[in-house]
Design a protein around this ligand. Sequence first.
Ligand code: NIG
Ligand code: FE
Length: 414
Amino acid sequence: MATLLIRNIGLLVQTEKRRRSVVKGEDIRQLPTVSEAFLLIENDRIAAFGPMERCPERADTVLDATGRMVFPSWCDAHTHLVFAAPRDEEFVDRIRGLLYEEIAQRGGGILNSARRLRQMSEEALLESAWQRLCEVIAQGTGAIEIKSGYGLSVESELKMLRVIRRLKVLSPIPIKATFLGAHAVPEEYRTRRNDYIDLVIHQMLPRVAEEGLAEYCDVFCDRGFFTPAETERILQAAWKYGLKPRIHANELANSGGVQVGVANGALSVDHLECVGPEEIALLRDSATLPTLLPGCAFFLGIPYAPAREMLNAGLPVVLASDYNPGSAPSGRMSFVVSLACIQMKMLPEEAINAATLNGARALELEADYGSIAVGKKANLFITRPMTSVAQVPYFFGTDPVETVILNGRVWKKP
Ligand code: NIG
Ligand code: FE
């Protein structure tokens, strides 16, 4: 058995004696910590933690974390990190005044990404996605979701999902795969959108299920993309193949996405920049998680989701990066936490809960990830010298991560 001991931890963050699957209400405001702590890892799991007075004498590997904090890795439950190329021309077009939706209507946006992805080999896609995965792991992410949705044809959607499957094999962190065939209506179906929805339901879904390529099914349910009725058709078909819904909803308009997500048992409804009291009340009475993506609101210059109202209503808010080339070209979760605090007025404790334990729940990985608890996987990071959890969002331009530990071992960027 291999043991790793971290000694003299200034602050050990998000510790759990009693397991919780999600935090909300009073609990999301609390971030349990142990100061002047040790953490003992046996093989790939957390074996013990507590105050330094109880620190074991020996271990195979000993790290000293004087003046530093230890966090469970971020759990990022919404990304599109398999893509062909950046879209910085559209970024400049938006600076000049075009809107995200206008770019999409002109055949840019998601369709631009689809054109480029269709031309790219599976190998090349895998290589670039692997680089991005390593980048976010170095930034502290220890569990992640990745979507398809830039293929928009049977072959290209399957190609994307096969890339995700190969990433799962290579990856030191767990990956959950989501099929997002209904991300946009592709050019060749512009005048016959129903045929495209039929293609998603009758050609793509069966193949995705047959090859076991995804755990979840997503739809971009929003103004200019898919309607609630279309979304419902796709989600009901997905359920038949055992794919649980998690959807994009209410980013561009209050267009019924939350309602259709909740009615169809979505694990999560994501974005929620455009919601009101009605949607918040509906979420409060459901098991569907609200996943907020402030990196997108920041990058597109659109209003942020009303996180405070959601927290005050007792919702188990989740934070994720939305890493993608169009609306959030960054997977840096510490910056997402900064935005949540600075722009959405989440307290640092709330934001950290939303990006760790609640993120793990949104990945259905809370039994093994998202907190420092005995028996959970040892995926965590040691910060650079820092003295309070508030310093993580406060130093918004500096990565807090100094050392990454995955599966009980120090991880080095390949
Ligand atoms: O989550 N909103 C839909 N999908 C992505 C953006 C995709 C893109 O522009 O490439 C998002 O923001
Ligand atoms: Fe997204």
